[in-house]
Design a protein around this ligand. Sequence first.
Ligand code: MG
Ligand code: ZN
Length: 218
Amino acid sequence: MTDPHKTVNINIRQDLFGANEDAASLNADLFKKHGITVIDIMGSVGTGKTQLIEAMCDRLHERHRILMVAGDLATNIDADRVGSHGVDTVQINTGTACHLDARMVRVALTDIDLSKYDVVFIENVGNLICPAGYSLGADKKIVVVSVTEGPYMIRKHPLTIKRADMIVINKIDLAEILEFDVDALVKDVREVDANLSVHKVSSKTGVGIPELLDSLGL
Ligand code: MG
Ligand code: ZN
């Protein structure tokens, strides 16, 4: 007899994440095959992800061929900005999805000749929570926080910080005027992961960008 109240617990989270990990490792294989360095850049809206990419592109132009993949709910604003620096761009409009996943990236790169590029910067959808849960197959995950977001961005996102390969503290040119304690933020990072690489930069003035690129091996 069938119990009309039978309950089946499906672990959707596990299945979704498992499928994404498989897709991410396919992406990683593809990137490796083409010898491309791929950087996944995460951070809230307004933290300066796009500005950071612009600053990095301006310094890498001469020696690397760059593709930018822009994840956004609805607009092309960021891709247009980076594109204005002479960088090729691909837009992914996620509609309602608040993060990129590995399959979106794969679909977006279909028809793109990856042998034309050395470096791919992926700007993830602006939020600091779920993008960290979805690997894209990138070589490095950078989390960008900035001095304009208040002092608790690290402490409030411990899982995201744990999954990051590098933390960038952006807009340090504004720290003094905002009386923002950048070193306290660095200390918060150290409490989550003592060995995580932290870079203090101003994408606007260029301070810290060469060291960041060095550390990315670019
Ligand atoms: Mg942006
Ligand atoms: Zn999401």
